[in-house]
Ligand binder design. Sequence first.
Ligand code: ATP
Ligand code: MG
Length: 320
Amino acid sequence: MLQGSIVTIGEILIEIMATTRGQGFREAQPLVGPFPSGAPAIFIDQVGKLGHPAAIVSAVGDDDFGFLNLDRLRRDGVDVSAVAIHAGAATGSAFVRYRPDGGNRDFVFNMRDSAAGRIGATPEAHAVLATAGHLHVMGSGLPVPAVFNMVRNALPAIKARGGTVSFDPNMRKEILERADGKAAFDMVLAAADYFLPSGEELQLVTGEADESRAVAKLLAAGVREIVLKRGATGASHFDRNGRTDAPGFAVDEIDPTGAGDSFGAAFIVCRLMGKSPAEALRYANAAGARTVTVQGPMEGTSTFAELDAFMARAANGAQA
Ligand code: ATP
Ligand code: MG
């Protein structure tokens, strides 16, 4: 298998969270943050922490929010040479508040008009993509034309040199309902070795309500491995050899944001290291579980030593 870094393209944000539950932000309220964030950034931070070569193509403003993110990614081993710093632009941000019922959340995003909306195909981006052995595509970034174009160009180049591709749809159904959104999505899916949907995304993507029929459709279309994230209950892996289920680890959930991204990173790193799907699932479940126990989307990413210690405690029956 091709050795090379894992590269992703997409938004770097800071996240500011309401400390109380309620309906959005139409009143003054206590907040906590800024936390480093952005789904691709969380993913690549987790890759870096696991010691695998990692790089992100992105953009920040020349402000504290940008430096906070760059410092964190650098500290955790991520190559940020292809993160452009746009003078005068603000780093992207997301404000999030959980609804009283717990599951749903309200967001105020500043993305399109931020530095994150100006990600471009710079010479540094080309250099990083040229050394990639694996490209992780985040569906949420595809509506940005420059991101989509870079992905479209990178896919055949990476595959031609023996590299691999993973795809986390991380996608709202509004995007799929647009004709160009669906076409972009289908193009990435056709190139994906690893497809990492969660919840109803499997159904949205395939148009099949039945899980096994949806999986069969994707395998027939050429997706090599499908990993279905099932929140607290764990995850399942499907390939031509069949199905493997792995239960979630019992933890107290403080903040679920980022679980899917650190899960995906741990799974991909393990597979690229040659670990079996079952072993990769276990590490990925542990990475996801650790993420939800800490406030802030990137605060709970893990090293292999932390994952091994966590899994050993869980094996002894302790709530981790
Ligand atoms: P995200 O909010 O980051 O988009 P997602 O919807 O992509 O998340 P989830 O299924 O919510 O993905 O979480 C990913 C993985 O994290 C799960 O498969 C599981 O391994 C772990 N996980 C998530 N929530 C919990 C929890 N409450 N307890 C234990 N493990 C969890
Ligand atoms: Mg997700």
